[in-house]
Design a protein around this ligand. Structure first.
Ligand SMILES: CC(C)(COP(=O)(O)OP(=O)(O)OC[C@H]1O[C@@H](n2cnc3c(N)ncnc32)[C@H](O)[C@@H]1OP(=O)(O)O)[C@@H](O)C(=O)NCCC(=O)NCCS
Length: 230
């Protein structure tokens, strides 16, 4: 789905931007520029011209790519190191990831790594998950796990990986991504509690930590159901 770099419009009229430095498509333009109301009250978007990856000049040489089987040992090491900083983690996330890769819900093209100077410094996985609705099962995506090497925390790497994973997911025809996570972090990454879309966690219908992000505006409108994000 190519976008016009001149007018920044897609066919469905959704504004998008490209990073002027590296060409990365900026998935959610409102995150990258100020939205201004003009005199006649229409909305214009004044964009920044670079993406999160380019913005962090420290990480100029970083690239985000699909994970390969030959990356698995390095990713396992990263997951162990990174999750060791999370007080709520039980130390088994690397085992969970190894098992996930063997299941039918795993989508290799939606398992991404961030690589810098030949080293893997971040990973994110989106895999298939079921929403139980009154009209049957609807399959969307769950984000888990995600981690960044502690030396690179708070440099926009998780954000850049999520933006890229969600861009690919949208291209593949998915509508929304769910996760179980800390609302303090994920609210900054465009997620809101899933019950606000009337998609409720099976054990806690108003859980703040069961979160969702639409891949386009209105993607979850009219849908209701339950999900198991853990
Ligand atoms: C959670 C994690 C992936 C975030 O990665 P990161 O690359 O540091 O995140 P980013 O720099 O892209 O930050 C994205 C947003 O989240 C916010 N954020 C990141 N870490 C945060 C924290 N510990 N507390 C509060 N907000 C946080 C940032 O402020 C940023 O928002 P902003 O741009 O509006 O300031 C990383 O801390 C990590 O790997 N933790 C260990 C593993 C883990 O716990 N994974 C998540 C399990 S649910």
């Amino acid at each position: 789905m190519k976008k016009c770099p001149a007018c920044f419009k897609t066919e469905d009229n959704e504004a998008v931007r490209f990073c002027r430095h590296c060409g990365t498509e900026l998935f959610y333009p409102e995150r990258f520029g100020e939205v201004n109301k003009t005199i006649d009250n229409t909305t214009s978007i004044r964009t920044r011209k670079w993406c999160n990856i380019t913005k962090g000049s420290k990480n100029k040489s970083m690239k985000i790519r699909i994970e390969k089987p030959s990356d698995y040992p390095q990713v396992e090491c990263l997951v162990k190191t990174s999750f060791a900083t999370n007080a709520d983690d039980d130390g088994t996330t690397h085992e969970y990831l190894n098992e996930l890769r063997t299941k039918s819900v795993f989508i290799p093209d939606l398992s991404l790594v961030a690589e810098k100077d030949g080293k893997i410094i971040g990973q994110v996985v989106l895999y298939k998950t079921d929403i139980t609705t009154p009209n049957g099962i609807k399959t969307e995506l769950l984000l888990s796990p995600i981690c960044v090497h502690p030396n690179y925390f708070r440099q926009g790497i998780a954000r850049a990986m999520i933006d890229e994973a969600l861009r690919k997911a949208k291209e593949m025809g998915y509508n929304a991504v769910f996760l179980c996570g800390d609302p303090k972090i994920y609210s900054k990454l465009g997620f809101i509690p899933s019950y606000k879309y009337d998609i409720r966690h099976i054990t806690d219908p108003t859980a703040q930590w069961s979160m969702a992000r639409e891949l386009y505006k209105g993607a979850l409108a009219g849908l209701s159901g339950t999900i198991d994000t853990i």
